[in-house]
Write a protein that binds this ligand. Structure first.
Ligand code: ADP
Ligand code: ASP
Ligand code: MG
Length: 406
């Protein structure tokens, strides 16, 4: 007997009819002879609603209490899901993250899973039950409830799949699979049959909301095959797996954007060894993720350091930067939130020249000003003004002929 983890996102459990539909899919898998763990998100936009409630109380609510609040959405959906499964005659049991020992670190609102205990889930599976687990949450060493960051129930599902050795982790969504770009913004985006872990990692890391990037990281690390498919039809969707080394890769596999980051510039940093390390060390100590680090060559012994951080961490980052700037004698700290990071990714890039110029030409034709650029082996990213983002994405998608990629 194998094991399948089925994850249902918010839009797949947005009302009780959808919950019943999802329950039937889980039961079908169980009847096919596999054990089943179901991981669910909060219903519809419930998590947004809970965040909004917190913001009505205060501007920067304490994150421990935020987690206490926003984790409740999943408690509702696991109970309803387990009821739905039982209403169809299949035995089932629901658990919160903490109840099955989903242990995390203590970084509220962006906690990482450290381990998952096996006993309870294994016992329930052995009794023939479908086990329904609340995604997005765990508890830290002190039993505080933590959450894994927005979209984090994908990560809960993959972590469970890894720990229990699932044959596949099925991520059931409101889209048919992974497209070459967000189909809501690029109508001619194409549905990918497969995508490698590395490419998916870059796409998710650069903002494609279709999968939580930590989920892809874990899937890669533990070789968990991920199938991303629609909750609403029987199409096979996209398999995220190891790259086939014998297949010729297209220059690009996808394009994406991230409007959730802000740019910070520290100007007039003394141009001597250790400065960037000092600044970034202080930010890292707060567990803030920094991306796109760019340092301009110094003039008159002074350099500028620019990087991006999640907008949700900007307030804290600026506080840290101002403090460190004072200590190291830097001149000024500025930030901009009106930006979007546009990225094109593809492992085929390694083999093609002219990738960057193709992107820049596409943006120039659209009269879009590129503010910053960074590249890796399989990715190129540009920062543009937020209002230019969507048409830039369409232009770049077209320039890389992503509508023809499978
Ligand atoms: P869930 O609630 O199931 O986790 P999400 O809303 O988090 O679903 O993610 C699905 C959404 O991700 C889709 O509706 C789609 O608009 C968006 N998306 C962004 N980029 C992509 C992409 N490359 N392929 C598919 N969907 C994408
Ligand atoms: N409910 C959480 C959110 O909306 C987690 C998830 O859906 O993955 O971010
Ligand atoms: Mg999601």
């Amino acid at each position: 007997m194998g094991l399948v983890v089925h994850k249902f996102g918010g839009s797949s459990v947005a009302d009780t009819d959808l919950i019943k539909t999802a329950a039937k899919r889980a039961i079908e898998t169980k009847k096919g002879g596999d054990n089943v763990i179901v991981v669910v998100s909060a219903m519809g936009n419930e998590t947004d609603r809970l965040y909004e409630l917190a913001s009505q109380i205060m501007k920067n609510p304490p994150s421990r209490e935020v987690d206490m609040l926003v984790s409740t959405g999943e408690q509702v959906s696991i109970a309803l899901m387990s009821m739905a499964i039982q209403s169809f005659g299949q035995d089932s049991i629901s658990f919160l993250g903490g109840q099955i020992g989903v242990r995390t670190d203590g970084y509220h609102e962006k906690a990482k899973i450290i381990g998952i205990e096996k006993e309870k889930v294994e016992a329930a599976l052995a009794e023939g039950k479908i086990v329904v687990v609340a995604g997005f949450q765990g508890t830290d060493k002190q039993m505080n409830i933590t959450t894994l960051g927005r979209g984090g129930s994908d990560t809960s599902a993959v972590a469970l799949a890894a720990v229990f050795g699932a044959d596949v982790c099925v991520i059931n969504k409101d889209v048919d699979g992974v497209y070459t770009a967000d189909p809501r913004i690029v109508p001619d985006a194409s549905l990918l049959k497969t995508i490698s872990y590395d490419e998916m990692l870059e796409l998710a890391g650069m903002g494609a909301g279709v999968l939580h990037s930590r989920a892809v990281e874990l899937a890669k690390k533990h070789s968990v095959p991920l199938r991303v498919r629609s909750s609403f039809n029987e199409k096979p969707g996209t398999l995220v797996c190891v790259e086939d080394p014998n297949k010729e890769q297209p220059m690009a596999r996808g394009a994406t954007f991230n409007k959730k980051e802000a740019r910070v510039t520290i100007s007039g940093v003394p141009d001597k060894p250790g400065m960037a390390a000092t600044i970034l060390k202080h930010i890292a100590e707060r567990n803030i993720n920094v991306d796109m680090i760019i340092q301009n060559p110094g003039h008159s012994g002074l350099a500028d350091l620019t990087f991006t951080v999640p907008k949700s961490d900007l307030h804290e980052t600026l506080g840290v930067c101002r403090e460190v700037s004072g200590q190291i004698g830097a001149k000024d700290v500025t930030s901009s939130e009106n930006i979007a990071k546009l990225s094109v990714i593809g492992s085929g890039m390694r083999a093609y020249p002219g990738v960057a110029s193709r992107m820049f030409t596409a943006l120039a034709k659209e009269n879009v000003n590129i503010q910053n650029i960074s590249t890796s082996e399989i990715k190129i990213s540009c920062i543009v003004a937020e209002e230019d983002c969507d048409r830039s994405l369409r232009a770049v998608h077209h320039a890389f002929e992503l509508d023809k990629v499978e």
